[in-house]
Design a protein around this ligand. Structure first.
Ligand code: PMP
Length: 307
């Protein structure tokens, strides 16, 4: 992966090679960071790069930071402005992934959250697909369990918590699957290693509620709204049992990186007909238009980078 040219680091945009931390950094030793993942989409016709819902992403980042007792003067608006400046410095004219990371920057020994120095860094990279097989992914159900809200809250997008996702993802890939679904300790379907999950049963779209140890996904929220307002589909947030994913009609995963990834096989059960279904197809088409700034009703979600 090519490295970025620049990063936002300690309050300014610097060459990426200067954005370095020492090995004693608290976040590196104890996983005391929170992060985000934002996308910007290049629109060839408009000759414009559009950030997708950056204010919502930064609102979530600052809430995650609050959980780790971080204190910042940044606002979603100021972080979006910094991101625009960074993207302009890079001069991207393609789809881009932006990674904001808030971390405990002190170089000290001692496990705690309070009384430490907090920093935010941001970098960006050209980015295409995350799940290569996004119209026909084959997933398994992980043998790992999702971290619980009373252990490390999944809604916090906490650096250290992603070791759980890494266990889930590596085991799935090494076993030949594209992704894995993970169960809560109670045995309900929580989400994918880095995606929320939706199933379709008898024309109703179902997704676990935010109390099922999921990350409160921005793409999840977007899909719920698109399904209701644009497709007139009923959406229900309720716990999903394991065996529902074996018998559902359609299944897809959502995330900033994964976008809307159709899943056509779970373990060795075909999902529905074994092909991407009609609701998933329609949502993918709408989503592509939306993120490229082609749905006027939602233009507030597209933030132009270039003046
Ligand atoms: N769940 C997890 C565990 C994730 O890491 C992500 C990716 N950020 C998501 C869900 C999807 O969230 P979003 O749509 O906000 O990217």
């Amino acid at each position: 992966m090519a490295l970025p040219k620049y990063a936002y680091f300690k309050g300014k945009i610097v060459p990426y090679s200067e954005a370095k931390v020492g090995v004693m950094t608290h976040a590196l030793n104890y996983g005391t960071s929170v992060f985000g993942g934002v996308r910007a989409y290049w629109n060839e016709e408009d000759q414009q790069l559009y950030l997708f819902r950056p204010y919502d992403h930064y609102r979530r980042l600052l809430r995650s930071a609050k959980l780790l007792r971080m204190e910042f003067d940044y606002t979603p608006e100021s972080l979006t402005e910094i991101t625009k400046e960074l993207l302009r410095a890079e001069g991207h004219r393609c789809d881009v992934y932006i990674r904001p990371l808030a971390y405990k920057a002190d170089e000290i020994i001692g496990v705690k959250l309070h009384g430490l120095t907090d920093e935010i860094t941001i970098f960006s990279l050209p980015f295409d697909r995350y799940v290569s097989n996004d119209t026909g992914a084959h997933v398994t159900i992980s043998g790992w369990r999702r971290i619980d809200d009373n252990t490390i809250p999944a809604r916090g997008k906490i650096g250290g918590a992603y070791v759980n996702s890494a266990f889930i993802k590596s085991d799935a890939l090494l076993a030949g699957f594209d992704e894995a679904l993970v169960l809560t300790n109670e045995g309900h379907i929580s989400e994918g290693s880095a995606e929320n999950i939706f199933i379709v049963r008898d024309g109703v779209l179902i997704t676990p509620p935010v109390t099922e140890n999921i990350l409160e996904g921005i793409t999840r929220r977007t899909v719920i709204q698109l399904a209701r307002e644009e497709l007139g589909i009923e959406v229900v947030e309720r716990p999903i049992d394991r065996t529902e994913v074996y018998i559902c009609d359609e299944l897809f995963l959502t995330g900033t990186a994964a976008q809307i990834t159709a899943v056509t096989k779970v373990d060795f059960y075909p999902v529905g007909t074994g092909e991407m279904g009609p609701i998933t197809t329609q949502l993918r088409e709408l989503f592509t238009k939306l993120v490229h700034g082609q749905l006027p009703k939602y233009r507030d979600w597209n933030v132009a980078v270039y003046d």
